[in-house]
Design a protein around this ligand. Structure first.
Ligand code: ADP
Ligand code: NI
Length: 219
């Protein structure tokens, strides 16, 4: 599907992303990116007419401009754009990648639902699948620890509706499961994504039941 030039460009993009995320300690590290790329390729197999280059490039770049990762989003976006131009990526593809990576996040879609291209829907599903299941549990606690959040407080109920800013203020890891992670399977765009999402959600619900049972044991 990808020709030699496209493969070489994706390799350069991969190296660019590696230097940016290599030392991330919040769960948005390079290993996350590699999993998202793999999963996006797998989900893409169900579609015959997608632009695989845009899928892989967007998967690779989706966290490099994230508000959680960079202080100056405008500068980060400009740097990525310049880099892609230098690699000889076409303007149409750069636009396609940016339409995806600037609109795919869960928090962005809390107040307004963005319609993504099919390539974007695939990458969004792949990213969301990495937030659930066993790795998703690990990432949630890792993120919470990195930000100084507490694991659980039974007195504080999870919120049912939040703005983007309220979502960002989530400071109890277990509540994050209810406020985001358990919702993701139903939000999947692709059929295969939904299928894997349901399996991984079961891991979360089993975990939550066990977590609370242990928490309450010695009360
Ligand atoms: P998006 O990039 O789609 O807006 P997030 O930044 O919310 O998604 O999530 C990226 C990863 O960080 C996920 O694995 C998620 O579970 C984790 N994460 C984000 N916010 C929190 C939080 N408040 N508590 C625990 N984990 C979080
Ligand atoms: Ni991500």
């Amino acid at each position: 599907e990808l020709d030699e030039q496209e493969t070489a460009r994706l390799k350069a993009i991969d190296q660019f992303v590696f230097t940016k995320l290599n030392d991330d300690k919040t769960g948005h590290d390079y290993a996350h990116i590699q999993r998202v790329i793999k999963m996006a390729q797998r989900l893409g197999e169900s579609f015959s007419t997608i632009d695989l280059f845009v899928v892989v490039a967007s998967a690779a770049l989706h966290d490099v401009i994230d508000e959680k990762i960079v202080n100056d989003q405008v500068a980060a976006q400009q740097e990525v754009k310049t880099f892609l131009q230098q690699q000889g990526v076409s303007a149409a593809r750069i636009d396609a990648v940016f339409a995806i990576i600037t609109h795919m996040s869960f928090s962005k879609n809390l107040e307004h639902h963005y319609q993504l291209s099919i390539e974007g829907q695939i990458v969004q599903d792949a990213d969301r699948l990495d937030a659930i299941g066993a790795i998703g549990i690990g990432r949630a606690f890792y993120y919470g620890g990195a930000h100084g959040h507490i694991m659980y407080d039974p007195k504080v109920a999870p919120r049912t509706k939040m703005t983007h800013d309220q979502y960002r203020q989530d400071e109890i890891v277990i509540n994050h499961f209810y406020e985001k992670l358990l919702k993701l399977a139903d939000l999947m765009n692709t059929e295969v994504g939904r299928q894997i999402g349901r399996q991984r959600t079961k891991i979360l619900t089993d975990f939550l039941a066990e977590f609370k049972a242990e928490w309450n044991q010695n009360k």
